[in-house]
Design a protein around this ligand. Structure first.
Ligand SMILES: C[S@@+](CC[C@H](N)C(=O)[O-])C[C@H]1O[C@@H](n2cnc3c(N)ncnc32)[C@H](O)[C@@H]1O
Length: 194
């Protein structure tokens, strides 16, 4: 995740390895990898939305959403395909998917404020058929499974920066993904890391 892209102006506190640099895998642990950070970001964004109607940060910009939708168009993904947005944040991508015509969309995030913000934005847009759940993707509590499409825009990045055993968390991410994505499903990821 690049400096300054911290999801709405929150302080990005880098927690480096004992040697003061990135860990062996190249990731520099950061507060961006913690739930406390995202709770604070979305509490603030929720308040801003309630006061001014501002939906907040669009990670990777509008074009990133258009690019994913174009990919789905090109690959003739049916409009009723089941889709899961992992770490949906403010849910703006869910809104774009629904406006395009996708009708079976679920967004999850471990931050209750993010889900509350998503719900408020979706309601303001007059969209009703989007499912939202507070869920930790690394510790799924419900029977989420069988998704045709799983989308991740910045969430694997955040998880990879967790100061507390990120390697294990990345492995858990892959396990959770294999649980929710159906065989021959598609996983679309947008990341700062290439
Ligand atoms: C960089 S933000 C991206 C938000 C959204 N995907 C977007 O494009 O605007 C990362 C998101 O991942 C969420 N997140 C991080 N770890 C998570 C986890 N283990 N389970 C669910 N959500 C998580 C954060 O709360 C935050 O909303």
């Amino acid at each position: 995740m690049s400096a300054g892209a911290d999801g709405g102006g929150g302080a990005a506190v880098a927690v480096e390895s004992a040697e003061g640099g990135p860990l062996e895998d190249g990731f520099v642990p950061s507060a961006l990898g913690t739930r406390e950070h995202w709770d604070a970001v979305y509490e603030r964004e929720l308040q801003t939305f309630q006061e001014y109607g501002d939906t907040g940060e669009i990670w990777f910009g509008e074009e990133s959403m258009n690019r994913l939708i174009r990919w789905m168009q090109k690959h003739k993904i049916p409009l009723d395909a089941s889709m899961l947005d992992i770490g949906t944040g403010n849910g703006v991508f869910l809104v774009e998917l629904a406006k395009f015509g996708f009708s079976n969309i679920t967004g999850i995030d471990y931050s209750p404020s993010a889900i509350q913000l998503s719900g408020s934005i979706i309601e303001k847009e007059g969209l009703s058929n989007i499912k939202l759940k507070v869920e930790d993707f690394l510790n799924l509590s419900t029977k989420l499974s069988g998704f045709h499409i799983c989308i991740d825009k910045g969430t694997f990045d955040a998880i990879s920066l967790n100061p507390d055993n990120a390697v294990e968390k990345r492995k858990q991410y892959v396990k959770s993904l294999s649980r929710v994505l159906k065989v021959k499903g598609f996983f679309l990821i947008t990341s700062f890391f290439n």
